[in-house]
Write a protein that binds this ligand. Structure first.
Ligand code: FEO
Length: 398
């Protein structure tokens, strides 16, 4: 059993898969499930790196014991305190009462606050080492990726980076857990959706972390979610680097709120023109159908964004309003913005959208289009002009 879960050196995978939960953090759909990864270093001193969601404690403990039997664990290294990883902390402490919890000054208040756990602690600061025997560890504080206590642990002996949520992705590990032994296709889109929704607000913190790690000779990335990355680690680092710099690809997301389909026809007309002008990546999202996590992921992916809303109760369409707030919260940058609205008897959506445009600080493209009731010849022309302006702006970057 233990040889099958070995990563390299004396490091073993002891994580679990969640195919039960519908919503991660109560918010984000999990069509492919999610893994909670934990790692065991069976050295002269035994260390466990993070734990798993409490629902999976029995499976987790069985995996640990299949490697170390009844020997005690010396250290529990806490890279991240969010309960999907720290959930089994108090049960681990009950089974291994002499374990020393390793964390930074932000960690221990959360350990006590969430679980009431005290006892043996090793307080580390940035750059501190921990010698396990064969494996020589060093700690790097990476605050706000995406909580204040987040840190990463680097194994200098084998070049393994235990990165916490950093470089994570949604999706269970079906069979293999190392990228070289599995089909990783499903993880790439789920990595963007994971990053943009969970970590997306903290781009500058991620950039600082990447700089801190840039000189390390990393062979293997052991994140808390998704595959262990070896041969595809450069692609993973590149995705996190681009997303945290808010670098989008050439393409446009058109997202709209519609009641009876008239506002949707504006979106279709805009999209047709963008496509006619040679932009291939055009994605339309109806806010009533697409979960916001997929819309946010696509907004992180592409530089162009066009938002449309029907007027509803003299305001924005409610789901559009909710999406705009999600965009502002993530402090997104480097996007080209166009917008359009519709009304039956009194125009309000366009006014609300202009206030969002100001707050977003996005580069405004084209002339906003307002439509009374339904499409007419003029509206088709105005929508085409907006689409054309967006396509031209994107092509300027070529
Ligand atoms: Fe996977 Fe921030 O917890």
């Amino acid at each position: 059993m233990e040889q099958k879960t070995k990563i390299r050196g004396k490091v073993y995978y002891v994580g679990v898969n969640d195919r039960t939960k519908h919503l991660f953090e109560g918010l984000w759909p999990l069509p492919y499930g999610v893994s909670y990864n934990s790692y065991l270093i069976d050295d002269e001193k035994i260390a466990l790196v993070d734990t798993v969601d409490i629902c999976y404690f029995e499976v987790f403990l069985h995996k640990i014991k299949s490697i170390i039997g009844n020997r005690p664990i010396d250290y529990l290294i806490i890279n991240h305190m969010e309960p999907d990883h720290s959930g089994s902390l108090s049960l681990i402490k009950q089974h291994y009462p002499n374990i020393t919890i390793v964390g930074n000054k932000q960690t221990f208040g959360m350990v006590e606050g969430f679980y009431g756990v005290k006892g043996e602690q090793l307080l580390i600061t940035n750059g501190d080492p921990l010698d396990l025997g064969y494996h020589k560890l060093r700690f790097y504080l990476t605050p706000m990726v995406h909580w204040p206590e987040t840190m990463m642990t680097f194994d200098e002996t084998e070049g393994i980076l235990f990165s916490g949520d950093g470089f994570g992705a949604f999706g269970t590990l079906d069979g293999g857990f190392i990228d070289s032994r599995m089909n990783t296709d499903k993880f790439w889109e789920e990595m963007i959706r994971y990053y943009s929704n969970i970590v997306g607000k903290y781009g500058s913190a991620v950039q600082k972390a990447l700089q801190k790690l840039s000189s390390l000779p990393i062979t293997t990335i052991c994140s808390t979610h998704g595959p262990v990355w070896t041969e595809q680690k450069e692609r993973v680092i590149d995705i996190y680097d681009r997303l945290s710099r808010y670098e989008g690809e050439e393409g446009v997301v058109i997202v709209y709120g519609t009641m009876y389909g008239n506002t949707e026809q504006m979106a279709e007309a805009i999209a047709l023109e963008i496509s006619n002008q040679g932009i291939k990546n055009v994605v339309l999202h109806n806010v009533n159908k697409s979960h916001p996590s997929y819309i946010i992921a696509d907004i992180f992916k592409y530089r162009g964004l066009i938002i449309g809303s029907a007027t509803y109760s003299n305001q924005l369409y409610p789901e559009v309003e909710s999406l705009l707030s999600k965009i502002l919260i993530r402090d997104m940058k480097k996007r080209y913005l166009g917008y359009f609205g519709s009304f039956c008897w009194s125009s309000a959506a366009l006014r609300c959208m202009s206030s969002f445009a100001e707050k977003s600080k996005f580069e405004l493209v084209g002339i906003p289009v307002d439509m009374k009731i339904s499409m007419n010849e003029q509206t088709y022309e105005d929508c085409a002009s907006l689409g054309s302006a967006m396509a031209k702006r994107l092509k300027l970057d070529r």
